[in-house]
Design a protein around this ligand. Sequence first.
Ligand code: PGA
Length: 319
Amino acid sequence: MSGMRITLGQLKAFEAVARLGSFSRAAEELHVTQPAVSKKVRLLQEEVGLTVVEHVGKRLYLTAAGRELLTTCGDWLETWSRFEQSIADLKGLKKGRLGLAVVTTGKYFMPRVLGSFCDLYPGIDISMQVLNRDRLVERLTRNSDDLYIMGAPPDGLEIESERLMENPLVVLAPALHPWTNRRCIPFAELADVAFVMREQGSGTRMAVEREFQERGLPLRVKLELGSNEAIKQAVAGGLGLSILSRSMVRLDTTEPELVELDVQGFPIRRYWYVVWPGGKQLSVVARTFLIFLRENAGLLAGFAGSPRPATETTANPVG
Ligand code: PGA
């Protein structure tokens, strides 16, 4: 063992391949080319003297040696990157990489938030994964990122979360819809409406289903789409009404074909949260970002089209 000359870069490449089950996804995450990842894993295998990953058909599997190596890497890589960031911080550099994962709807305002953050900390690089809620929860369970931005932190997982700003859900209709001039439309009338809704697994969908269920009303989904933009187009095109985050329309002044209907019980009050695994020791960069989020509640609310910031902490203060 003592004779092995394995580099940190090789271990990082191997760990990413093992976790993501794919060379190309590992390359994407590490911001290098796929051949560079393959080469690192090949060199590592040569040092270990055994195959660590193998292809069976199109799938990638860890061999017994690979599993042993992954267990050995354990949290060590994360510990190491925290060390690197602490050293950078001690040098007064505030540099490093921030790994964020954001629910689909969050992609409308998070890039703007990150723009302001990067202005302050030009040395910090960011990787932002955009996924629906279910896939985000999977990543959270695997501790794949530093911080998570979502609308509904999961129950039953050991996590910490802080409420950021409001995320109201509204009923959207095409501008020429006959209900646009009605006031206080009874919620029960929505039971007769054909909806264009986000897919199962989306946080928006989950919140809407819960609301209908609590009122004992059926939700008729005529068309299911995995993209908020596609839903807006479908609503504008007269395919049905939808219920989406207000941030979808507030930021989009170029879309006058859509209007928000005045339905009783709406907007459904929800919030954005920043979440991380319970007990996780946040990196210096992640702590810096968390403090930035806390200190810029008004800015966040503006970007997300929320009426006002909503800062209620459910976690121990960090940093
Ligand atoms: P979604 O989540 O993009 O998966 O719908 C958004 C939310 O939970 O508000």
